[in-house]
Structures are given as C-alpha cells and as structure tokens.
Ligand binder design. Sequence first.
Ligand SMILES: [Zn+2]
Length: 385
Amino acid sequence: MSVRVYTPGHGLYTDTLILYGITLPLCEALGERLLKQPDLIRAKSLGQVYELEIQVNTSSDIARAISNYMSRHKSEMMNRLSGKPLGFFSEKDVDVVAQALTDTNGMGAYIQDLTKPGHSKRKREGRKGRGNTMRLPLMPIAGKYLHEDLTQASRYPQAQYKACNYCCALASLGLSQASLPILGAVGREWHRIVTVLAFEGEVNGDYFRLLNNYRVSDWERFYSRLGKAVAQLPLRVLVKYVVTHFSPTLVRGMRGALARWYVFSVDFAGRPKAPQIRGFQDLEITPLITGLSKLYKLPNISTLATVELQGLLDLLVESGEAQALEALMDFIATRKLEYLYIFARGTYSAIERERTGVLKGGRWRKALAQAGRFQELANALLRSE
Ligand SMILES: [Zn+2]
C-alpha cells in the first residue's frame, strides 16, 4: 500500500520546508528498512509543489511518524528555533508547533487532505487568507519575488500570509531540522543565513536519509568551525562555500539522483524575533555537485574543503578574497582554466600579503602548501575528463 500526497502550494521555499517536515520523520520511522529499500519514499517536483509517494498503509501512519519524531526531538527543536542558530521563535511558538505536530488526529486528517493537490487554495490560505500568520522565516518570498535579490528589504511588503496550524508547524519542523543555518556578523549587526536544498526531478529516500545524517553528524562540526567573517562574503559565494563542504557521501547521493539541485539562501538580519530580509539567493548547484563528485573520485582525496584545504580557505575568507574563493569553486564546477587563473592570482597575492604583512605569522606557509595541493587536484581533475 502507498499514500500519495502533494505539498500544500505555498511557494517553493515553504513547500520545500514542508516536504522535509514530512520526510525526515519518515526517515526515522522507517529506519533500517529505508537503507535497504530507498524507494519506500519517493519525491518528485511538479513545478511549484512536490508529489510524495510513501509506502505506508494510511495517512495516520505518517501522522504517527511525525508525532513520534516531535516527541523525540522537542528539546533540540526548542534550542534551534528559539536559541542558536535560528532564534526566530519564542518558546511559546515552539510549544504551539509541538502541539500541532503531536495532534495525531488533526495531523492525520491534514495529511489525508494533502492526498488531493491544492490544499492551500481549498482552505483559502495565503495573503489575506485564513488561518495563522506564517512567520517570515517560513515564508520569506512569495511568487513574483522568487528570482529577485531582496537586498532592498524595506520595500518588500511583509504582508500577512496565512496558513493553517499544520502547514505552519511542518514548515517549522523543516526549517529547524533540514536547513543549514550560519550565524555571523557584518560590522555590529547579527545575521542568520539560512540555506535550504531543493530539487527539480525525482529523488528517493536515500537523499533524505543522507541529508539528515549530514546535518546531524557533519554540519554541526563545520558550522562550529566557521568564523564570523563568512557572513561578510557575498551571499552567492557563501552559498557555494556551504555546498563545497558537503560530505562526499551526501554529494554522491545527490549526484546519483535523477534531479537538478538548487539552493535557497536567505539572509535575515536585525533582531532575531523580528528579522528583516537582507538578501535572497536562488542558485542552481548541479554543476558544483557534479564537479565535487568528480573530485571525490580522484585517488588519495579525503574531504576536500573541510580537511585538506581548510587553512587556505580560512585565509581567503579572512582576507576578503571572495573572488579567488569563488573562482576555486567555479573551477570545480566547470573545469575551466580561466577560473584557475583568477584563483591563483588572488590566492598568491593574499598569501604574499600575509607573508610580508605587519602581523607576520606562520600561517602563510600552510596556505601556500595547500594552494599547491589544490593546483595538483585541479590537474588531476582536468586529466580525468
Ligand atoms: Zn494548511
């Protein structure tokens, strides 16, 4: 038996969060079975919504998986959503989310409604619609704003977008448990940069399981090592930087799916409980994922950025060499020599500045050795084509 559901139709960003709100609990509920049979969960993008096919008997099975997940992860979600790294919610807000997610009768009826496409229209949710106000981090963009850079945040009308309890609660679960947030500062202002992975095409349970594992075991480590300087990078570069740190396993899983990959990244600034949007980036990362997967196939390579080149990457970030850093990642994505040239020019001058600067340290030696190592990897990558 299988249950087919459609995400409600609140725009791609919010529906992506809701997709994770449903699938991550299922990953835990299916456990080992999913490892052997990844097709127990299948997800397909249909433009602005996703279609999910899940091998369970009834909608109630899905509601129970969500409720169990919520009970198990409540304190983690409380910390993440009301404290660090997200902090957009009050503790009371998280209690409201928890209540909706553990209400198995209500949630079962909601999932049953999702078996027909068009939940948001049917329930008259949306701008000036019915329900609770969806908080900005769950709905930073809508329709026509999707492909625009929202740097002029003040002109963005923060109209009241309404949705039912269950839509809001599942999007909150997805934001807490599937996004890859970065906490940083630009000058004296705090920023929270939230990155969410999305796809076009089809994926199965492998992807959701790998993303869940990555966030739990590797992301926190990468995140804790990030300096505040990363928030000063242009948003586009920062997004690529985050992707470059994906684990080889996650990269292989994404490369193996019949999908094109995208990231949504939103830069929230100001007071966490009343954030403003300073930037939005919607970027296709399929070439970067393909390039990274080629790189990980080379002999004698571990995890590119996180281990072997970290000294160099840190130096580039801290010395503000965003262009050289981006060129490194663009070379991996395209294998075009012009990027290697831009990388080399910016990198060697940054290393030279460090070597001859007032604050002479030994750091330049490590960065120089790692720049050489990247040139070797680049050569190997070119040879492998
Ligand atoms: Zn709803």
